[in-house]
Design a protein around this ligand. Structure first.
Ligand code: ATP
Length: 293
């Protein structure tokens, strides 16, 4: 009976740090015990966002299989890296290791050269924004929902974030604008609108590292395009890991890594990987093949 309370506390604890909409990540967290800070763990802020996975291995408790097996990967500050691969390859798991939702078994993950185990979890997570398809809004005003990660945000900051997330048109149609009550007892926002709220939160939080978990979308095309533009802006100047399900949205990533259950099988730009005619080309054909006839 303690577990659900634990879970809620954890969600609430993470929320003020601005981690937006993370149903799948919460599902991940829920299944594992909390990870304690090491004695002497440092509070970090203003990280640049150079990420390095060094010979990282990880398996879920009781599952036996190594989901991540001796994986090494460097992501430079400001780079957008798309992670693609078949369902179950470990894309979400790999990204969940960065905010330390799980403890790795072997190897090390560093940010700006510091092992993430030597940072306090709260401060590490304050440097990471997560955007997912399923966004959680709590009962309160839209303004409160946007500013939750940055209680000190000024009206000017909020308006800027609203603009960047292309939320103005949504707000204009609400009875009390930013002060409209949303959530369970308030105005129900659509999936696309909620996602824009999540994006606004992260613009406001301004973390150097971004994880975009791009679940299969139920949005209409116009909304989708608007959201993709906002996400592209959001990732500018931030180290961005995109968990990509639809290859169309990641063609402009700086780099694409293809992983399967054996680890990283390919790495390169969209053009390079297509020309190589390997695993990425196969995935690409599977998604777009029908277009070619
Ligand atoms: P998808 O494209 O379907 O989202 P993915 O590449 O993101 O897949 P993961 O969600 O990371 O893959 O899952 C990798 C493997 O780990 C899968 O076999 C999955 O069943 C397993 N797995 C995921 N979460 C857990 C968990 N909490 N406990 C045990 N096994 C898990």
């Amino acid at each position: 009976f303690m577990r659900p309370i634990d879970q809620i506390t954890q969600v609430l604890e993470m929320y003020p740090k601005g981690i937006a909409g993370f149903t799948r990540f919460t599902q991940l967290i829920d299944t594992e015990p909390d990870i304690a800070d090491r004695p002497g763990a440092k509070v970090v802020n203003h990280l640049r966002g150079d990420i390095s996975f060094r010979n990282v291995s990880f398996s879920y408790e009781h599952s036996g299989r190594r989901i991540i097996d001796n994986l090494s990967l460097d992501v430079s500050a400001g780079e957008t890296l798309a992670i693609v691969g078949p369902s179950g390859a470990g894309k979400t798991t790999l990204c969940a290791l960065l905010p330390r939702f799980y403890e790795i078994e072997e190897g090390a993950i560093t940010v700006d050269g510091t092992d993430i185990r030597d940072m306090t979890q709260a401060s590490l997570r304050s440097q990471i924004g997560i955007v997912q398809q399923d966004v959680f809004l709590f009962g309160g005003t839209l303004r409160e929902n946007i500013a939750y990660g940055r209680l000190d945000a000024s009206d000017g900051d909020i308006i800027k974030a609203v603009h960047s997330a292309r939320l103005e048109s949504v707000i204009k149609r609400l009875p009390d604008g930013l002060d409209t009550l949303v959530g369970e007892r308030g105005v129900k926002l659509s999936g696309g609108q909620k996602q824009r709220v999540a994006i606004a939160r992260i613009f406001l939080k301004n973390p150097p590292i971004l994880i975009l978990d791009e679940a299969t979308s139920a949005l209409d095309t116009a909304t989708e395009v608007a959201i993709q533009r906002s996400l592209a802006e959001l990732s500018e100047g931030r180290t961005t890991l995109v968990i990509a399900h639809r290859l169309a949205t990641i063609q402009h990533a700086d780099r694409i890594v293809v992983i399967d259950e054996t680890g990283i099988v390919e790495e390169g730009s969209h053009e390079v990987l297509l020309a190589r005619d390997g695993a990425y080309a196969v995935l690409h054909k599977a998604q777009f093949g029908y277009l070619a006839g």
